[in-house]
Design a protein around this ligand. Sequence first.
Ligand SMILES: [Cu+2]
Length: 151
Amino acid sequence: MNRITWSVVLLLAVGSVQSAQEAGAQTTIDVDAVGLSFVPPDVTIEVGDSVHWTGLAGGFHTVAQADDAGSLTFNGSGFHSPAAASEFTHTFAAPGLYFYICEPHAIAGMRGTVTVNVPVPIPTLSAWGATAMALMLVVAGTTLVRRRQRS
Ligand SMILES: [Cu+2]
């Protein structure tokens, strides 16, 4: 097998290794307002996942995005639970670290974070790639055997 044929086989194998993400794998994490705390206070999800806050008790607690860990006020543009809500769900479409507070109780430390990660692609080998890999192994094996027979 000459160099060009090897290159074609190798390209077939490499070219058919595809990255795939699990489709429709969005999940929802629950966070409960308990006393003057969010439980759990810090959650980590992937892009496209949602956080579902409960226990907001008709607006006694709120969920309001804040600019940083020390902020005591809503940042004015992020996610915010509706008035008088007892629960609230927000889907995170972009990666990042999100801070949020309960506005009435931020001063008492009622706050949390949502870390949104980019899902790691899982490489998969297509049928063409697997065939090309198998072909390469067979050719390599045959070449080795022939070389040994000659010497
Ligand atoms: Cu609160």
